[in-house]
Design a binder for this molecule. Structure first.
Ligand code: CP
Length: 330
């Protein structure tokens, strides 16, 4: 594996191996000394053309926990405002000897362009491109679901997939790279995925997507899924004539306090996921976001471990999990 661009192309064995490595990395992160020397001398560039809190900071944390050097680039305040192109920006950063480029871009396909153009000779990691994919988000969601299953069954996560789990993904599927990456990865790992959205927020071309599509959230929740993953309503990618209105959206597709109470009354096992940032009171109520069933902050923690695993896999050239014993500490 030279790059991580999509989950659509990620093989089952590679996905499980990255998740197993992420579990090892989580053990490192829980120690007093949170560092491994695995990527000492390597340089990771975070190339962010769109805003981010979780993804950018967790890639930086992940690289530093593996002892890599990190260069953070944000388009805001850079020479991009003077018209510098993606190619020239990337090649400028490569001249500072980058081994990996983590890129977030508003244009779908920008990471593929960087990886396939021959402009740079570095591993490329897609940190979210337009409406296309966000593969490390899906991997951290899969890591969270493995842990949910492990807690419920008392079995170890190592080698675990998501066979038989039912995940309902709700909301603005049309604009969501998180939904796309999760559809591909969760189904590769054996989960049943149901997308639920207003008809105006379902993409037209979903014929080859390995999932079910529905429009009624209450019908989907009545099946007591293992997880309900709420998507952020991406108002910045919508025009003013958006339908439904925000009030209609919350009534029909929000994880409201009433829906939380109904799941409680049913005794459903359902956990509440959200990639963040959340629009509280719109797609998710505070009752859901702050509930003991919420995995929102666990997802953030797992993001560091998954990104450590991905950087380790791409930059060390080692497909096995790293030695994480105390003898290897800095
Ligand atoms: N989930 C996610 O991508 O969050 P950020 O936009 O804060 O990185």
């Amino acid at each position: 594996m030279k790059h991580l661009l999509t989950t659509r192309d990620l093989r089952y064995a590679d996905a499980v191996q990255i998740l197993d490595t992420a579990d090892q990395m989580a053990a490192v992160s829980s120690r007093a000394v949170k560092k491994l020397p695995a990527l000492r001398g390597r340089t990771v560039v975070n190339l962010f053309f769109e805003d981010s809190t979780r993804t950018r900071i967790s890639f930086e944390t992940a690289a530093k926990r593996l002892s890599a050097d990190v260069i953070n680039f944000s388009a805001k305040g850079s020479s991009v405002s003077k018209g510098e192109s993606l190619k020239d920006t990337a090649q400028t950063l490569m001249a500072m000897s980058a081994d990996a480029v983590v890129i977030r871009h508003a244009s779908s396909g920008a990471p593929q362009q960087l990886a396939g153009s021959g402009w740079i000779d570095a591993a490329v990691v897609n940190a979210g491109d337009g409406k296309h994919e966000h593969p490390t988000q899906a991997l951290l969601d899969a890591m969270t679901l493995r842990r949910v299953r492990s807690r419920a069954t008392g079995t170890a996560t190592t080698g675990m997939d998501l066979e038989g789990m039912h995940v309902v993904v709700v909301g603005d599927v049309l604009h969501s790279r998180v939904a796309r990456s999760n559809v591909w990865l969760l189904s590769t790992l054996g989960a049943r995925v149901t997308l639920v959205a207003p008809p105006t927020l379902v993409p037209v071309a979903t014929d080859d997507w390995p999932c079910e599509i529905g429009y009624d959230l209450d019908e989907a929740l009545a099946q007591a899924p293992d997880a309900v993953m709420m998507l952020r309503l991406q108002r910045e990618r919508m025009n003013a004539a958006f339908f439904p209105s925000e009030a209609e959206y919350t009534r029909g597709w929000g994880l409201t306090a009433q829906r939380v109470q109904r799941l409680e009354a049913m005794g459903a096992p359902t956990v509440f996921m959200h990639p963040g940032p959340m629009n509280r009171g719109l797609e998710i109520s505070s009752e859901a976001a702050d509930s003991p069933r919420s995995t929102v902050l666990e997802q953030v923690s797992n993001g560091v471990s998954v990104r450590m695993a991905v950087l380790f896999r791409l930059l060390s050239g080692d497909e096995s999990t790293p030695a994480t014993n105390a003898a290897n500490e800095n």
